[in-house]
Each structure stands twice: as structure tokens, then as C-alpha cells.
Design a protein around this ligand. Sequence first.
Ligand code: GTP
Length: 339
Amino acid sequence: MPTPPAEQDESKLLLDNLVELTSQREQEMLESSLLSTLVELMHVDRVELFACRRVNGSPYLCRRLEALAASGKPEVRETPADGWLPPSPFLRDLFSHAHHDNTALLRIPSGLCLPLHCMGNITSLVVIHCGPDADVNRDMLLAMARIHENFLRLLFEADRDMLTALHNRRKFDLRFYNLIASLQHEAESAATHMLALLDIDHFKQVNDRFGHMVGDEVLLLMAQLMQASFREEDGLFRYGGEEFALLLECGDAEPAEVALERFRASVRRHVFPQAGCITISIGYTRITPGLLPDQLLEQADRALYYAKSHGRDQVCGFEKLVAGGKLESPLIADQIDYF
Ligand SMILES: Nc1nc2c(ncn2[C@@H]2O[C@H](COP(=O)(O)OP(=O)(O)OP(=O)(O)O)[C@@H](O)[C@H]2O)c(=O)[nH]1
């Protein structure tokens, strides 16, 4: 029996949305695609996404995205940040009891709440504003959530370093290039952005004296110390081997310098099992709009090289070294090359 035209339209809409959903390569794009798909398939006016995280074991939510029905494709936009807030009472149970229940779909006063998981944690909540009594296709909704989660896991694995679980070089490149592109478009950025390169001192000796497994453990512990020391929104990456990259945002350069120096001192105080005392050297530079990614990386790398060749266990800023006459200004180098 031929399929009725209305069902054909629904199936085509579903397939088109699945194609779009699965072609995304970034978490933000994947989420925006899911919201827009849900608005279309559920025939609702509004779907929202809340990011979830735990601080000292307690869950917090932050409203991030919303999709609104529009003529043609739904309109997806970032919502103004309200900050991280504890979940409302009817959502609290979700985080305590139903945490591992992958089929949870909650009725809430405004409609439905669909939790999304990645690596065993609820990473976001989707709120579908369909009213309390809407008749919904539960199976289809849950299937969409599972497809989204599978792709999220693939993205998570593609973006992470296997040893430390920090973001990897691929993710760094993407984040760094996007940041530079966004700064080019802002006439004057209110925030200061810093790029720092961090390298473990004499790491070869750790491997040589204690073996690669202990070396690997030092890398893993170093990543955990970084996560405990820097803010959630700071970008922390394993750049390669025993080198890490950081992207920090702050009001001006000084707090970033203080944070880097505080981290260097905390590593120096830390006693690593077997390897004992380990030090790090850090080179950083301000992400000045107009400079290319390679130029900025070279500046941070020159500051790191300076730290390494002047005793290690220190934090050096490129701009300060130039101002102090300890490194040649890139402008002078350019002029020499040019003329
Ligand atoms: N265990 C372990 N070692 C690694 C890994 N990646 C790189 N290394 C080692 O890191 C060491 C880096 O050594 P070098 O580049 O000579 O630098 P260093 O000994 O840290 O000396 P300085 O940087 O000059 O202070 C090499 O021995 C690499 O084999 C890894 O994933 N695990």
C-alpha cells in the first residue's frame, strides 16, 4: 500500500534533519542542529538547551541555546547568559536518582525535559515547550536523543587526548583559529586573551630514570593539576608530547600572569609519586588582533625558549621580554626582513 503524502513529508523531514545532524563536526553545531530538528519534528514554537555541570558534586545548569519556530528553518540563537544556577526542585531528582537512566524523559510544567548524556554524565538538558498535556511521539524523541549522544561521543573522542583527557591539538587549532577570527571582527575587545605554552622541565630524565609508565603518570597528574588550578572556561590542551597549551581570557594581562605564576609554584610544591619534584617552564603572549596564529605561537614559543634557556622553572611573557630588551621585537625583525 503506498505511503500517504503527509507521512511521506514527515519521513523526508526526519531524514533531511538526520542528514544535517550527522554532518556536524562541532558540539555547538550539533546542539543547534538538534534543537532546530526538534522544533520542526515536534511542531512546537520553542526548544531550549541548558548545559549541565557539577561543582563539588552538586549539579548546576546554564541556559545556552534556544530554537524558535520561524517561517522556513527554525531560528537558533545563543541565549543571554544567566550564569550557572542550581536545578529547580522538579529537576533535582534527575541528577540524584535517574542519573544513569538513559530513557528518562520528564514532564515539567512547561512541557518536556530530555536529558542528554556523554561518558556517563548528563551534559545538557533539552526543554521542549509543548505545554503539560501535549501528545508526543516519545520513541522518536528518545531516538533523536540517542543519535545526538552517539555523535557527541564521537566528537568527544576526536577532540580529546587519550592519556590526559584534555582537549587535543586538533581542538586547540580549531579554538585558537576561531578566537583569532572573532577578535578580528570586534572593533575593540573588552577582554584580554592570552596564549601560553607550558613545557615540563627535563622530562626526558623522568622517562629515562623511572620509565615511560611513570612519565605517562606525570603527564596525567599534570593535566589534573591544571584542571584544578585554572577556571572551567579556560582552554587547556595537550599540545603534544610533554607540552601543553592554554587559552586564557581575563580583564587585562595581569590576572593571567598571576594565574600562570600560581600554577608554576603549585607544580613546584607538588610531590609526584616516584618522580618526586618536577618543574615547568611557561611562555605566554597576548593574543593581539591582527597577528596571525603562527606569529602568536612563535611569540609564545620564543618566551618559552627564553624561560628554558634562563634557568627553567619560570613564567616569561613575550611582551615583557621585548619591553625589557631581552627579546627582539617582531616589528624590528619584520622591518629587517622587509627592507
Ligand atoms: N612518557 C611519555 N613521554 C613522552 C610522551 N611524549 C613525549 N615524551 C617524551 O618527552 C621527552 C621530551 O624530551 P626533550 O624534548 O628532550 O625535553 P626535556 O627533557 O623535557 O628537556 P627541556 O624541555 O629542555 O627541559 C622525550 O623523552 C619524549 O620521549 C608521552 O606521551 N609519554
